[in-house]
Design a protein around this ligand. Structure first.
Ligand code: FAD
Ligand code: SF4
Length: 617
């Protein structure tokens, strides 16, 4: 009888939890569907590289939805990962790295968009010889790609110039002219200094590019970036202030030859092969030209009467310069909302935000909450379903739900997005075409692709990845190249010693899980736990639960079906479900017991084994 009662109670408890779980799943699906709907209605889809999910492989673990620094780009619908807010994706690629079954690959934007991308050679050269494109203009977003491409492109140019010989030294001709001083242009300029080239950089605004303009405070780097002359930025999270301070330091270099506030309007190539670069007031001649324009382009105009008045602006840099003014902000994205709130907080301003739709559906949750508060406290007036009809010196005329309204006005800001500089590129002769740049983003990714290819070839010739012979391997060691580096340890003795580090822990037992949790709790470490299985059966339930919580909170990254393939001085290459991912790394702890070591099959390329048996590779 007692047993029966116990079973019934257990069943009731289980049903209770099951109901809660199913309810939460339903809620999650519902939220994802709503987001997908918004994404469909308001997004033009991903702008640059973005994840592609193969639903036949997706096991619905939702790992990818928790690792994205941009929030809800991906969500789960009916147990599968889907892109719900493509326009928010800036191509970090952490989802692809984290997916334990390799269901995600990073691809370029939709075919129609990538057809709109300039065709580039692996050296970043356009269809016009010696005219190069780097950074986001070439279709790949992210600061790290801009920096890597800036470095490599200038290396190519330096070697071509060296081959020019005496023909290169023409008095009024630069070796290279760089257009744009965002991360790509700045890096190219620094590399030009390093190569002792005669160069000039032309920037239409201020030094810093998109990074200097966007409102976010924290920048995320998915791997360390290396600036010429300054070395590696190891931190993966960087405040905008830090980056701007770094730009300032560069700007103050005597050899940083930049002309700001000057826009390049045309580029023509002479019969002598030298480029003539034309701005409003100058003409420059140069052997090579590097376009690092980004894709922000020109601000989109509304075509409204009076838009040419000087009081109508498209960018807000210093909100605190405007006080006691009557202001209209037009737009429905984060930039418009943030500008309106920023201006509304200045003394004496009367700010109206006008948006043509019924709801703000593209803005961040945080902005939505702050906006509501501003409206509630009367700091800001919002006119939905409205659009400007005419701007005059002292008033603006709006159409609000079909009715005309006049507002007294001193300044107008319009945030309607930008038009990428495709027409400019076409005018100067750059050809467009489909090209997947994701594999050729930089030397790093080219090397990773080559390594991946090598592994696949190796696998096909041996029938299996090379496995180090078990007898040769020290106990509890993996036999992976790089395992002898001083940063690799087989026990964690003083966790408090590790602060702000990228740590990899290998193992699935309590020791490994506890080490991961301890390091994640202390010292702002970025911790990845690499485990060859899926469900941590070797760890006790309490540790499993803590790990689950830490993973959901993004404190520990768990790579399942994962083997370590290679350890280098500042990174590790993981094989996650057959896909290789390189992640930045300062310390590795291999915490597998002697017995489990006996069963570890690594996917490392065993160099000695390959040498001993020269399989055709
Ligand atoms: C909201 C937002 C958040 C982001 N967050 C991150 C992040 O956390 N981490 C990350 O790695 N990346 C992030 N990115 C992406 C990153 O900012 C870009 O990929 C990067 O700035 C591209 O660098 P770039 O040098 O190619 O172009 P840009 O930074 O766009 O610089 C181009 C420069 O060229 C100048 N220019 C353009 N046309 C001309 C002309 N005709 N004449 C002269 N000068 C010209 C422009 O004024 C500009 O200064 C984010 C982007 C956005 C929009
Ligand atoms: S991480 Fe991979 S398997 Fe898990 S939900 Fe995302 S795509 Fe699917």
């Amino acid at each position: 009888m007692e047993t029966l009662i116990t079973i019934v109670i257990a069943a009731i408890i289980s049903l209770f939890f099951l109901r809660g779980y199913l309810k939460s799943l339903k809620k999650r699906d519902q939220k994802a569907k709503e987001a997908a709907e918004k994404g469909k209605l308001f997004s033009e889809g991903p702008k640059a590289q973005h994840p592609k999910i193969d639903t036949t492989y997706c096991i619905g673990c939702a790992t990818c939805t928790t690792v994205c620094p941009e929030g809800d780009v991906l969500a789960m619908i009916a147990g599968k990962a889907v892109i719900v807010n493509g326009y928010k994706c800036i191509g970090h690629g952490l989802c692809a790295e984290a997916c334990p079954v390799g269901a995600i690959t990073m691809v370029m934007a939709s075919p129609s968009m990538s057809a709109d991308m300039p065709y580039l050679s692996p050296e970043f050269e356009t269809s016009v010889p010696n005219l190069f494109i780097i950074g986001e203009l070439g279709g790949l977003a992210l600061i790290k790609n801009a920096v890597n491409q800036g470095r490599e492109c200038l290396d190519t140019i330096a070697s071509r110039l060296a081959a020019l010989g005496p023909k290169r030294s023409v008095p009024d001709v630069y070796d290279v002219l760089i257009v744009g001083a965002g991360p790509a242009g700045i890096t190219a300029s620094l590399r030009a200094i390093e190569h002792k080239l005669k160069y000039i950089t032309i920037e239409r605004d201020e030094v810093g590019g998109t990074v200097a303009k966007y409102p976010r405070q924290k920048l995320v780097m998915t791997s360390p970036v290396e600036f010429p002359l300054y070395g590696k930025f190891k931190k993966l999270q960087l405040s905008k202030e830090n980056l701007l301070a770094f730009w300032d330091m560069i700007l103050n270099r005597a050899d940083f030859n930049v002309s700001t506030g000057e826009k390049v309007e045309d580029i023509k190539k002479g019969e002598d092969g030298v480029f003539n670069v034309i701005t409003a007031n100058n003409q420059y001649r140069s052997h090579a030209v590097v376009l690092a324009l980004g894709r922000a382009g020109e601000p989109r105009k509304l075509g409204v009467k009076g838009e040419e008045l000087p009081k109508v602006m498209y960018r807000l840099l210093e909100a605190d310069h405007y006080v006691n003014k009557k202001i209209l902000v037009v737009g429905g994205g984060d930039s418009a909302v943030e500008a309106a709130m920023g201006l509304a907080h200045q003394i004496g301003n009367q700010v109206t935000l006008s948006y043509r739709s019924e709801h703000f559906s593209r803005i961040k949750e945080r902005n939505s909450v702050r906006l509501e508060e501003c409206v509630r406290t009367g700091k800001l007036k919002v006119l939905m379903n409205s659009s400007p009809v005419e701007f005059k010196e002292e008033i603006v005329i709006l159409d609000v739900k079909g009715e005309r309204q006049e507002l007294p006005n001193d300044f107008v800001w319009i945030f309607a997005g930008g038009i990428p500089p495709n027409d400019f590129l076409k005018k100067i002769g750059v050809r467009f075409g489909n090209k997947d740049m994701t594999l050729e983003a930089s030397k790093e990714s080219k090397e990773a692709t080559a390594a991946q290819k090598q592994l696949v070839e190796l696998k096909s010739t041996t029938g299996e990845f090379a496995i180090p012979r078990r007898d040769d391997r020290p106990k509890a060691k993996l036999g992976v190249t790089g395992e002898d580096l001083p940063k690799v340890a087989h026990q964690l003795t003083e966790p408090e010693k590790y602060q702000d580090k990228n740590v990899l822990i290998v193992g699935g037992s309590d020791t490994a899980v506890e080490a991961a949790l301890t390091l994640a709790r202390s010292g702002r470490n970025s911790v990845t736990l690499c485990y060859r299985g899926h469900d941590f059966q070797l760890a006790n339930p309490q540790n499993r639960e803590s790990l689950d919580t830490a993973e959901k909170a993004g404190k520990v990254r768990v790579a399942r079906a994962c083997n370590i393939a290679l350890i280098t001085a500042d990174s590790v290459v993981l094989n996650i479900g057959g896909n290789h991912a390189e992640i930045p790394n300062d310390h590795v702890f291999i915490l597998i017991g002697d017995s489990s070591a006996e069963f570890v099959r690594t996917t490392a390329i065993d160099v000695t084994a390959r040498r001993a048996s020269p399989a055709p590779v």
